[in-house]
Write a new protein. Structure first.
Length: 258
């Protein structure tokens, strides 16, 4: 074979190559673009249920507080509206009255109402915006095929970078944050999960460790990405104390016009 033969072979291969095939787009950038196309102009209404459980201490000394509240949230041309029924408001008022005369009296309904934030509900009815913010600080670790509810999907494994205040960073010695997002055929998220483990030290002698696990389920409603369920579980230990918190927010979509 002459020296020119390899060059001729390369020329043939180049001429036969498909010019439309270029470098594959970044899967994370593709996801960001898909989320950006969701304008969230379609009105959305949902009945939501919020449950919480806070535990402080261990064993027989543990103090447990739990509760559940339900309402409706609507986002449309007039903005976000949160509706609480008369019965749940009356229950919260009765708990306040009992607590005023007995500081040990539980107030699960009042506490539940206080923990449901309007901004959180808005982000659940329009999940694309808040998800884009989180992904802007993430780095792709791996892309692979997976199954979700028996359906072939893609899953992105991400290294997360939680937003922290300067004071929190000063005390934090290590942080491990990993997330996963399952993508449907349209390139939009079906579900996601995140796990964050942080360890640190305060005043040189007090060590602490915290673990956060979150999970989301999504659905598309018109030009909206809606969170059908969000679970948030946190555990911490430090200075001889420990505790946990479990929250869940579930949404049931209502017909348009409610």
């Amino acid at each position: 074979m002459t020296a020119a033969a390899p060059l001729a072979l390369l020329a043939v291969l180049a001429l036969g190559a498909d010019p439309s095939i270029g470098p594959r787009p970044d899967p994370l950038a593709e996801l960001q673009a898909a989320l950006a196309r969701l304008g969230a102009r379609t009105p959305a209404a949902a009945r939501f249920t919020f449950r919480f459980e806070n535990v402080t201490g261990d064993g027989s000394d543990a103090v447990k507080v739990s509760g559940e509240v339900a309402g409706e949230a609507v986002e449309g041309p007039e903005g976000l509206q949160v509706r609480w029924g008369h019965a749940i408001l009356q229950q919260a008022r009765e708990e306040e009255r009992r607590h005023a005369s007995n500081q040990e009296a539980p107030t699960p309904t009042r506490d539940g109402l206080a923990q449901v934030q309007a901004m959180d509900l808005a982000n659940r009815l329009d999940a694309a915006g808040s998800l884009r913010d989180e992904l802007s600080r993430a780095t792709l670790i791996e892309e692979k095929d997976d199954l979700f509810d028996g359906m072939p999907v893609r899953v992105l494994v991400l290294k997360l970078a939680p937003s922290l205040q300067a004071r929190e960073r000063r005390y934090l010695k290590s942080l491990d944050a990993v997330g996963r997002i399952w993508l449907g055929p349209d390139g939009l998220p079906l579900a996601a999960e995140a796990r964050v483990v942080g360890k640190g030290r305060v005043f040189l002698i007090i060590t602490f460790e915290t673990e956060i696990r979150q999970a989301w389920r999504f659905t598309r409603v018109g030009d909206r990405l809606v969170t059908l369920r969000h679970e948030d579980e946190r555990h911490w230990e430090g200075a001889g104390e420990s505790g946990s918190r479990k929250n869940s927010l579930a949404l049931e979509l209502l017909p348009e016009g409610r």
